[in-house]
Write a protein that binds this ligand. Structure first.
Ligand SMILES: [Zn+2]
Length: 137
């Protein structure tokens, strides 16, 4: 269904939100927004847990967010052992918060809660596509 191409190791083959990967291919990081209650979801959801509506639209996560929190992962879960250490981050883009990795060349010492951060699309060496964060200048 297209989602197996997402990330360093994808555990999901069946999903109603596989268009997420198609948008990444086009260079866009997208979330879903409920047409009924306006809540925005990341990771994207096909059905709204807030109002139980199923009228979702794709909205781009764009611009600069604010770094809410981050942590360095030194002991990785199965499938990610070769990647450690890496930094997981939570970034607030206003209507939605996005969880993901900081780019590997950004040292933890360079990060500060509240600093501006942007999301970028990245192509992995095995052809997978993902997104990551970078401090915004
Ligand atoms: Zn809703």
């Amino acid at each position: 269904m297209g989602f197996e191409r997402f990330g360093r190791k994808s555990f999901t083959s069946q999903t109603k939100v596989a268009a997420f990967v198609d948008y990444l291919d086009k260079g866009e990081l997208r979330a879903t927004k409920c047409n009924n209650c306006d809540q925005v979801f990341f990771p994207p959801r096909a059905d709204c847990p807030n109002c139980l509506g199923d009228g979702m639209e794709w909205v781009e996560v764009e611009g600069t967010g604010s770094l809410v929190s981050f942590t360095q992962v030194n002991y990785a879960p199965a499938g990610f052992e070769g990647d450690v250490p890496y930094i997981l981050s939570l970034v607030d883009f206003g209507k939605v918060r996005v969880f993901g990795r900081m780019r590997s060349d950004v040292p933890q010492e360079a990060l500060k809660v509240g600093m501006p951060v942007k999301a970028v699309i990245c192509r992995l060496s095995d052809g997978q596509v993902a997104y990551e964060f970078l401090p915004a200048r």
